[in-house]
Write a protein that binds this ligand. Sequence first.
Ligand SMILES: CC(C)(COP(=O)(O)OP(=O)(O)OC[C@H]1O[C@@H](n2cnc3c(N)ncnc32)[C@H](O)[C@@H]1OP(=O)(O)O)[C@@H](O)C(=O)NCCC(=O)NCCS
Length: 179
Amino acid sequence: MKKKKKTQKPLTGQVRLARMADIFQIYKVIRENPKEVLPRSYQDLFRNFDRFLVYDEKEKIKGVISWQVLPGPIPDEDKALEVVSFSVRKRDQGRGIGSRLLNQMLKKLIKYHPDRILVLTFYPRFFKKFGFRRVSKKKLYSKIFLGCINCAKYPSPLNCPEVAMEIKLSPENKEEKKK
Ligand SMILES: CC(C)(COP(=O)(O)OP(=O)(O)OC[C@H]1O[C@@H](n2cnc3c(N)ncnc32)[C@H](O)[C@@H]1OP(=O)(O)O)[C@@H](O)C(=O)NCCC(=O)NCCS
Protein backbone atom coordinates (compact mmCIF):
# COMPACT_ATOMS: atom_id res chain seq x y z
CA MET A 1 0.00 0.00 0.00
CA LYS A 2 1.37 3.43 -0.95
CA LYS A 3 1.83 5.86 1.92
CA LYS A 4 1.23 9.26 0.28
CA LYS A 5 -2.18 10.49 -0.71
CA LYS A 6 -2.49 11.25 -4.40
CA THR A 7 -5.19 13.16 -6.25
CA GLN A 8 -8.04 10.70 -6.40
CA LYS A 9 -10.16 9.95 -9.43
CA PRO A 10 -13.81 9.67 -8.39
CA LEU A 11 -15.14 6.14 -8.24
CA THR A 12 -17.48 5.59 -11.17
CA GLY A 13 -17.51 1.79 -11.12
CA GLN A 14 -19.29 -0.75 -9.01
CA VAL A 15 -18.61 -3.70 -6.74
CA ARG A 16 -20.28 -6.79 -8.16
CA LEU A 17 -20.11 -10.57 -8.11
CA ALA A 18 -17.33 -11.98 -10.28
CA ARG A 19 -18.26 -13.53 -13.60
CA MET A 20 -16.46 -16.32 -15.42
CA ALA A 21 -15.27 -13.81 -18.00
CA ASP A 22 -13.42 -11.94 -15.21
CA ILE A 23 -11.11 -14.80 -14.26
CA PHE A 24 -8.05 -13.70 -16.18
CA GLN A 25 -8.34 -10.14 -14.91
CA ILE A 26 -8.74 -11.41 -11.33
CA TYR A 27 -5.59 -13.49 -11.82
CA LYS A 28 -3.68 -10.40 -12.92
CA VAL A 29 -4.95 -8.10 -10.16
CA ILE A 30 -3.90 -10.67 -7.52
CA ARG A 31 -0.43 -10.83 -9.08
CA GLU A 32 0.05 -7.08 -8.88
CA ASN A 33 0.70 -7.36 -5.15
CA PRO A 34 2.89 -10.46 -4.73
CA LYS A 35 4.45 -9.27 -1.47
CA GLU A 36 1.13 -9.21 0.33
CA VAL A 37 -1.18 -11.53 -1.61
CA LEU A 38 -0.62 -15.20 -2.37
CA PRO A 39 -0.83 -15.96 -6.08
CA ARG A 40 -3.73 -18.13 -7.18
CA SER A 41 -3.53 -20.48 -10.11
CA TYR A 42 -5.82 -20.00 -13.06
CA GLN A 43 -7.37 -23.39 -12.37
CA ASP A 44 -7.98 -22.52 -8.72
CA LEU A 45 -9.69 -19.29 -9.79
CA PHE A 46 -11.88 -21.20 -12.22
CA ARG A 47 -13.07 -23.42 -9.40
CA ASN A 48 -13.61 -20.58 -6.99
CA PHE A 49 -14.53 -17.52 -9.08
CA ASP A 50 -17.96 -17.47 -7.42
CA ARG A 51 -16.32 -16.59 -4.12
CA PHE A 52 -15.05 -13.30 -5.52
CA LEU A 53 -16.35 -9.77 -5.52
CA VAL A 54 -14.73 -7.43 -8.00
CA TYR A 55 -14.62 -3.68 -8.48
CA ASP A 56 -15.46 -3.03 -12.14
CA GLU A 57 -14.85 0.36 -13.73
CA LYS A 58 -15.56 0.64 -17.46
CA GLU A 59 -15.30 -3.14 -17.77
CA LYS A 60 -11.85 -3.17 -16.19
CA ILE A 61 -11.39 -5.10 -12.94
CA LYS A 62 -9.44 -2.82 -10.62
CA GLY A 63 -9.82 -4.64 -7.32
CA VAL A 64 -10.78 -8.09 -6.07
CA ILE A 65 -11.63 -9.79 -2.79
CA SER A 66 -12.53 -13.32 -1.81
CA TRP A 67 -13.11 -15.53 1.22
CA GLN A 68 -12.60 -19.05 2.48
CA VAL A 69 -13.77 -21.26 5.28
CA LEU A 70 -11.25 -22.12 7.96
CA PRO A 71 -12.42 -25.47 9.24
CA GLY A 72 -11.60 -26.49 12.78
CA PRO A 73 -11.12 -30.02 14.09
CA ILE A 74 -14.50 -30.12 15.85
CA PRO A 75 -17.65 -29.74 13.74
CA ASP A 76 -19.78 -26.76 14.69
CA GLU A 77 -17.15 -25.31 17.02
CA ASP A 78 -15.65 -21.91 16.18
CA LYS A 79 -17.02 -21.30 12.72
CA ALA A 80 -14.47 -19.00 11.09
CA LEU A 81 -14.34 -17.37 7.68
CA GLU A 82 -11.26 -15.64 6.31
CA VAL A 83 -10.98 -12.72 3.91
CA VAL A 84 -8.41 -13.67 1.22
CA SER A 85 -7.08 -12.58 -2.17
CA PHE A 86 -7.78 -8.93 -1.37
CA SER A 87 -5.94 -6.84 -3.93
CA VAL A 88 -6.33 -3.48 -5.67
CA ARG A 89 -4.26 -2.60 -8.74
CA LYS A 90 -1.29 -0.50 -7.66
CA ARG A 91 -2.24 2.55 -9.72
CA ASP A 92 -5.76 2.53 -8.22
CA GLN A 93 -4.82 2.18 -4.57
CA GLY A 94 -5.96 4.95 -2.26
CA ARG A 95 -9.14 5.72 -4.23
CA GLY A 96 -11.50 3.94 -1.85
CA ILE A 97 -11.84 0.75 -3.91
CA GLY A 98 -10.49 -1.50 -1.15
CA SER A 99 -12.87 0.02 1.40
CA ARG A 100 -15.85 -0.60 -0.88
CA LEU A 101 -14.82 -4.18 -1.56
CA LEU A 102 -14.23 -4.98 2.10
CA ASN A 103 -17.54 -3.40 3.17
CA GLN A 104 -19.48 -5.47 0.65
CA MET A 105 -17.57 -8.62 1.54
CA LEU A 106 -18.27 -8.18 5.27
CA LYS A 107 -21.98 -7.73 4.55
CA LYS A 108 -21.93 -10.94 2.54
CA LEU A 109 -19.97 -12.98 5.10
CA ILE A 110 -22.10 -11.90 8.06
CA LYS A 111 -25.09 -13.51 6.35
CA TYR A 112 -23.36 -16.89 6.74
CA HIS A 113 -23.43 -16.38 10.56
CA PRO A 114 -19.78 -17.19 11.30
CA ASP A 115 -18.47 -16.89 14.86
CA ARG A 116 -15.69 -14.73 13.52
CA ILE A 117 -14.20 -13.25 10.39
CA LEU A 118 -10.42 -13.38 10.14
CA VAL A 119 -7.78 -11.72 8.06
CA LEU A 120 -3.99 -11.95 7.90
CA THR A 121 -2.50 -8.66 6.89
CA PHE A 122 0.50 -6.34 6.76
CA TYR A 123 -1.84 -3.35 7.11
CA PRO A 124 -3.67 -3.70 10.44
CA ARG A 125 -4.55 0.02 10.50
CA PHE A 126 -6.67 -0.37 7.39
CA PHE A 127 -8.63 -3.31 8.84
CA LYS A 128 -9.05 -1.67 12.26
CA LYS A 129 -11.35 0.89 10.64
CA PHE A 130 -13.71 -1.94 9.71
CA GLY A 131 -13.89 -3.36 13.23
CA PHE A 132 -11.11 -5.97 13.04
CA ARG A 133 -9.03 -6.40 16.20
CA ARG A 134 -5.64 -8.08 16.56
CA VAL A 135 -5.63 -11.67 17.77
CA SER A 136 -2.69 -13.88 18.69
CA LYS A 137 -1.70 -16.21 15.87
CA LYS A 138 -0.96 -18.86 18.49
CA LYS A 139 -4.69 -19.02 19.24
CA LEU A 140 -5.44 -19.58 15.57
CA TYR A 141 -2.52 -21.82 14.77
CA SER A 142 -4.40 -24.87 13.52
CA LYS A 143 -6.71 -22.71 11.43
CA ILE A 144 -4.22 -20.37 9.83
CA PHE A 145 -1.81 -23.18 9.22
CA LEU A 146 -4.37 -24.63 6.84
CA GLY A 147 -4.66 -21.29 5.11
CA CYS A 148 -0.90 -20.77 4.96
CA ILE A 149 -0.06 -24.20 3.66
CA ASN A 150 0.38 -22.83 0.13
CA CYS A 151 2.86 -20.16 1.17
CA ALA A 152 6.53 -21.07 0.80
CA LYS A 153 7.88 -17.81 2.24
CA TYR A 154 8.05 -18.78 5.93
CA PRO A 155 8.57 -22.10 7.72
CA SER A 156 5.48 -21.52 9.87
CA PRO A 157 2.68 -18.95 10.14
CA LEU A 158 4.21 -17.94 13.48
CA ASN A 159 7.36 -16.66 11.71
CA CYS A 160 5.38 -14.66 9.18
CA PRO A 161 5.21 -10.88 9.80
CA GLU A 162 1.53 -10.71 8.84
CA VAL A 163 -0.81 -9.77 11.68
CA ALA A 164 -3.89 -11.85 12.44
CA MET A 165 -7.07 -9.87 13.01
CA GLU A 166 -10.65 -10.82 13.66
CA ILE A 167 -14.18 -9.53 13.98
CA LYS A 168 -15.96 -11.61 16.60
CA LEU A 169 -19.66 -12.04 16.04
CA SER A 170 -21.76 -12.92 19.04
CA PRO A 171 -25.39 -13.91 18.33
CA GLU A 172 -26.46 -10.33 19.22
CA ASN A 173 -24.03 -8.49 16.99
CA LYS A 174 -24.68 -10.90 14.11
CA GLU A 175 -28.20 -9.45 14.19
CA GLU A 176 -26.87 -5.92 14.71
CA LYS A 177 -24.46 -6.09 11.75
CA LYS A 178 -27.18 -7.39 9.43
CA LYS A 179 -29.11 -4.10 9.72
C1 LIG B 1 -4.93 -2.98 1.17
C2 LIG B 1 -5.69 -2.60 -0.08
C3 LIG B 1 -6.55 -3.77 -0.56
C4 LIG B 1 -6.59 -1.41 0.25
O1 LIG B 1 -7.24 -1.00 -0.93
P1 LIG B 1 -7.27 0.56 -1.35
O2 LIG B 1 -8.20 0.68 -2.49
O3 LIG B 1 -5.89 1.03 -1.54
O4 LIG B 1 -7.90 1.18 -0.04
P2 LIG B 1 -8.71 2.54 0.10
O5 LIG B 1 -8.45 3.45 -1.03
O6 LIG B 1 -10.10 2.16 0.43
O7 LIG B 1 -7.95 3.22 1.28
C5 LIG B 1 -8.08 2.82 2.56
C6 LIG B 1 -7.02 3.46 3.38
O8 LIG B 1 -5.74 3.02 2.97
C7 LIG B 1 -4.84 4.13 2.84
N1 LIG B 1 -4.31 4.14 1.48
C8 LIG B 1 -4.22 3.11 0.66
N2 LIG B 1 -3.60 3.43 -0.45
C9 LIG B 1 -3.32 4.72 -0.38
C10 LIG B 1 -2.71 5.64 -1.27
N3 LIG B 1 -2.25 5.30 -2.47
N4 LIG B 1 -2.62 6.87 -0.88
C11 LIG B 1 -3.07 7.22 0.31
N5 LIG B 1 -3.64 6.43 1.18
C12 LIG B 1 -3.78 5.18 0.85
C13 LIG B 1 -5.58 5.35 3.18
O9 LIG B 1 -5.06 5.78 4.41
C14 LIG B 1 -7.02 4.96 3.32
O10 LIG B 1 -7.47 5.41 4.55
P3 LIG B 1 -8.57 6.59 4.66
O11 LIG B 1 -9.86 5.93 4.29
O12 LIG B 1 -8.47 6.96 6.08
O13 LIG B 1 -8.14 7.65 3.70
C15 LIG B 1 -4.74 -2.17 -1.24
O14 LIG B 1 -3.97 -1.08 -0.82
C16 LIG B 1 -3.85 -3.28 -1.73
O15 LIG B 1 -4.19 -3.99 -2.67
N6 LIG B 1 -2.69 -3.46 -1.09
C17 LIG B 1 -1.74 -4.49 -1.48
C18 LIG B 1 -2.29 -5.87 -1.21
C19 LIG B 1 -2.73 -6.06 0.22
O16 LIG B 1 -2.08 -5.72 1.17
N7 LIG B 1 -3.92 -6.66 0.37
C20 LIG B 1 -4.50 -6.94 1.67
C21 LIG B 1 -4.14 -8.32 2.09
S1 LIG B 1 -4.96 -8.69 3.60
